[in-house]
Design a binder for this molecule. Sequence first.
Ligand SMILES: Nc1nc2c(ncn2[C@@H]2O[C@H](COP(=O)(O)OP(=O)(O)OP(=O)(O)O)[C@@H](O)[C@H]2O)c(=O)[nH]1
Ligand SMILES: [Mg+2]
Length: 458
Amino acid sequence: MTDTIAAIATPFGSGGIGVIRISGPKAFGIASKLFSKTKKRPCGVTSLESHKVCHGYVFDTKTRDIIDEVLLIPMKAPSSYTAEDVVEIQAHAGILVLRTILDGILSLGARLSEPGEFTKRAFLNQRIDLTQAEAVVDIINAKSVNSLKFAASQNLGVLKSKIHELREKLIHFLTLLEVNIDFPDDVEPFKPSKKEIELVDDVLEKCREFIKQHDDACFLKDGIRITICGAPNVGKSSLMNRLLDQDRSIVTSVPGTTRDPVEEGLNIDGIPFVITDTAGIHQTDDLVEIIGIEKAKDHITASDLVLFMKEPGTVFSNKEFEKVIPLGKKVVFVINKIDIDNNNLPALSKKYQHIPEIKTSALLNKGIKELKQKIVNICIADMDMENTSVIPNLRHKKALEETVLSLTAVKAGITQKTQEEIMAIDIKNSIDSLGTITGETASLDILDSIFNNFCIGK
Ligand SMILES: Nc1nc2c(ncn2[C@@H]2O[C@H](COP(=O)(O)OP(=O)(O)OP(=O)(O)O)[C@@H](O)[C@H]2O)c(=O)[nH]1
Ligand SMILES: [Mg+2]
């Protein structure tokens, strides 16, 4: 039998409501010792009907005074978040009031929960699988409507059932193989039928599709990285502020104002971006500027898209461009300050005609909408978000890659008529790799690393 855990489940600070959660065999007993439906002290036998909200009072276990007027939600196992007996207390959200109630609960035999322990119990009690547990963190951390949508569908078990389906197919294949291994005299030597070969191909293809979905859409979680670069004073910081619609970067008429990269999150049409303003790139002996320029170049290299800025009266040169922009990088050419001179504009060279170009005036807020639209179009051009229902995370991707490796060996085994025992090992490996995604075969290390990312009370 497990012990009983408790924690404050809402963020620290003042607010309308703060929730304390208790889970485990003593949850109802503890609640009935500190909660009463009337202003009379609890006698320890309060009847708590499962899934019915009770109004009442929580008492201090030491002074026996009323601490707060609360709503209490008792949930009998297994119909609760952890699949254990759970009691949630909705009190007023002050640090002292919540802390005093929690202290009372702990003094009555509960233990303070570890980070993620409520969700870990839901997993260990098989109410959810590992992908659903991970989705809880993704829902909490979602930065855009799209990432929330995918996290929610993962939380509902979409990825779980897809992985389960693939695993079942491989288990079926393994069973056929093992019959041959166990009873070699009774059956013909194993010769996979067309149907069975197709089964392996099908699982392989689905795994590869999932890996591609991760590669295409992992930015949805972390944000697409955009770097603004160009010579000093072209208006990089002004553009950054316009895109963000806030004064984030310092703007002055002095060239070389920005030194350290300035980074900020930005949401366009529900897609998260991380945008960085950088130091103006030019020849200089100033040590601080040199460091700033190096940092700018690092950001350009690491970014998914670069806004390469120029101003009227200057020329675009391949040499200057190639010194700064790595080959193959996605770029938008931004000509800023068009309010000053709309005629004498730098033009893309023949070699770079394919680069999209946008004219802006960061000062007058011109061309900013068009630039945002262009950024979105470029970044999601190759993606089919409508038909994507789940996005595997990096951990899932690694497990899928291991599955692909093992199944590729199985395929080679079929063609080369490898021994059944060896093929069975490869199939087992692929089944195990898929099992680490859902948690059936996940090691304790994997579980710890996942649940340690949770906050206390979740
Ligand atoms: N007329 C006009 N002035 C602009 C425009 N954008 C920026 N400026 C001005 O140009 C000057 C430099 O702007 P910043 O945004 O600081 O330029 P920067 O590229 O970040 O400069 P560094 O950080 O020094 O490299 C400021 O005086 C801005 O007000 C524009 O579209 N039109
Ligand atoms: Mg600047």
